[in-house]
Design a protein around this ligand. Sequence first.
Ligand code: PHE
Ligand code: NA
Length: 450
Amino acid sequence: MKEQRGAFTSSFGTMMAVVGSAVGLGNIWRFPYLAGVNGGAAFLLLYLFLILLVGLPLILSEFVIGRATHRGAVGSFKQLAPRSRWYLVGYMGVVAGFCILGFYSVIAGWSVRFLYDSVINANAGQSYDEIAASFNAFKNTGWQPILLSAGFLGLTAFVVFKGVEKGVERWNKILMPLLIGILVVLCVNSFTLDGFGAGMSFLFSPDFSKITANTVLDALGQVFFTLSLGMGVMITYSSYVVKPENMLRSKGIVTLIDTSIAIISGIAIFPAVFTFGISPTQGPDLIFLTLPNVFGQMAGGQYVGILFFLLITIAALTSMVSIFEMMTNYMMEELKMTRRRAVLWLLGTLCLVAALCAQSQVEGSRLMIGRYNIFDFLDMLSSNYLMTIGGLLIVVFAGWHISEKRLRKVFTTNGAYNNRIFPVFRFVIRYVSPVAVAIIFLSKIGLIRG
Ligand code: PHE
Ligand code: NA
């Protein structure tokens, strides 16, 4: 028996689901540490520029593809381009899904550990070094991060198992407004810190000498990562939208919310970094080492800490749900599995990938690929390569393969909205975004010197 294809039931639910996918560790964990290693404001400017040039056009392209077909990451391409190999783009997305969920769930597990620490007030009065030591001891047990990430994957699987409407949509409708509320409280709090001025100037006064080919690729990778692009997640979610909508407006709002949350996270973190004289170039551990330290010294910090780690936990869950749903949808539509079977298979294999990632972070672990441990390798591989190449192929597909008539029909919702902007959109996805991605990519791999 074929299970019915799911659908989102309201425009509010759709919006919350899409925002839930976009807003995640990318905004709160990844953006601040990338900005930290890449010179702060210079990185921010590049990032904003690429959001407009590549991010918004690409999220719109994915929505056109999903809405035109009402099929998932692989099926959409099969329907729009039968007898071709375009569907391989969808497979690439599924592979990227394994990579991302592997390391992402480990970080989600860390945030649960810090949430617990805040609840028992473990960091009160501890120094930075003490907090770093206890975090390292936790990571070095191996089994603790593995258990937490497996638990987190289990929770994700549970939501996805409930289905598109009763799982994905319902949970996002509850969790996303909660997340935004928490964020507002936290932002107000950060204005009271001593390092506020230093943190703000790090984030907002650019030093262009910091920009290298690597910085640009990092910024591009972050644009794809933060908007969940290039791997068919947005194609899948848009395939569940059945009501007419003003696509440009709703995706514009999503992009704006996602970008604002990244910047607000920067505002919440860099003042704290400078207040306690920590180096902003910490890398992936940045928020997990600085923030507990700050909270430990702040009046009422225990409660701020609880809110903050709750925020990360929610952000991570709703993003993981979107990737998990994309993969489940693929297995149901293309491999003809039931939802239950698909979810169980994914849960099992993903726990293995996550265990490898967590174990590769143990001191002296030999789980390395080249000079990266598996955790960093999967992060780098997915966002700097799989998502960017996938995204490039998706805009090229939308701009050059889908006929102008069809593209217009879906983009404007049968002529109801944005008819005059349509030619601009088509020009951008045909020429501007692909060229931008290609140049950045080639300059990184060294084919173009300069
Ligand atoms: N957009 C999410 C974030 O910023 C991560 C993500 C990537 C989600 C790819 C889905 C797909 O954290
Ligand atoms: Na994001």
